[in-house]
Design a protein around this ligand. Sequence first.
Ligand code: NAD
Length: 346
Amino acid sequence: MNIEELDAPGYERVVYASDENSGLKSIIAIHSTKLGPAAGGCRMYKYGTVEEAKTDALNLAKGMTYKNAAASLPLGGGKSVIIADPHKDKTPELMQAFGKFVNALEGRYYTAEDVGISVEDIAEAAKFTSYAAGLSEGPFGSGDPSPVTARGVYLCMQVAAKYGLGSADLKGKTIAVQGLGHVGMYLCEFLANAGAKIIATDINQKAIEEAKSRFDATIVAPDAIYAVEADIFAPCAMGGSVSANSISQLKAKVVAGAANNQLADADCGQLLADKGILYAPDYVVNGGGIINVAAEILKISDQAWVNEKVERLATTTDQILSEATANNVLPHKIADQFVDNILASA
Ligand code: NAD
């Protein structure tokens, strides 16, 4: 395996691994270890170029620094990406080679699941490193983080509804869910149990059928999800879906969902506010999964520790939205300040 350092100002370390035998092409980006070893999932995606993969890894790694700090975890921010098609290229050998790559960083980075990576894939990687979490086996195995992420999103969505819709009760509210994957489907379950109506989209027909039959969800085409008559838009697919174009179509009054890096660029926060749409900052709302993974990394087997931290995400969201509303400041700016203060005093 060939491992080379990549230049990335503002990041502690960014490395690229290529391995001919397994076909592995992967980047690990460590943004900060100020609060502890970097932790963040591994994404497998069909990136067009190494540069595209690097940009994604850098954005995601920085997001993890903010997410872990906002969730009060003693962990820094990092992320890894594998350049491959999860539906075609994934083999045990590929994931094992990735495990060796993670191990080469000697514990400065812990990996786990993200888009395109399952519990089984992490188990393959873990054959060659002890710096992998989100395992179903083992004394501290925490399994799939997605249900915990979904619970955190659901709790924070209620808080956002309190500020953006006047009531935290989601009964009778319409939620537009973009992406019915690991998190999106669990989120729909929470929403359906709360009596919310679901309008959803996905590009995966099987997921669409499941959401229709289990939650009586109304299904729309991927491009049509922004313009539907909904109270809340919940981005639960890939990042960047809250863009100038999608914001111009949104009818929802609140954006709260699981996706990482939801805002397509720095102007989108203001564009949402200009339209009177309340944005619940993504990295606060979606911290449940990493809290679950952190319990495994930190060898904590007490589910109450996880629950308390996930519930605290809602308290943090409440503080952020309260301050944002009172001072007329964009919520994601308040969230960034909150984390910058934590990092400055670390
Ligand atoms: P996933 O891959 O299981 O689900 C993503 C879903 O989005 C898939 O069903 C996919 O078909 C669908 N999708 C892709 N492109 C789409 C499009 N253009 N329109 C509609 N649907 C589309 O991933 P996941 O684990 O559910 O994660 C969803 C998002 O939440 C990601 O951005 C991820 O980074 C973030 N996130 C996940 C976790 C977690 O615990 N899994 C934690 C924090 C953040």
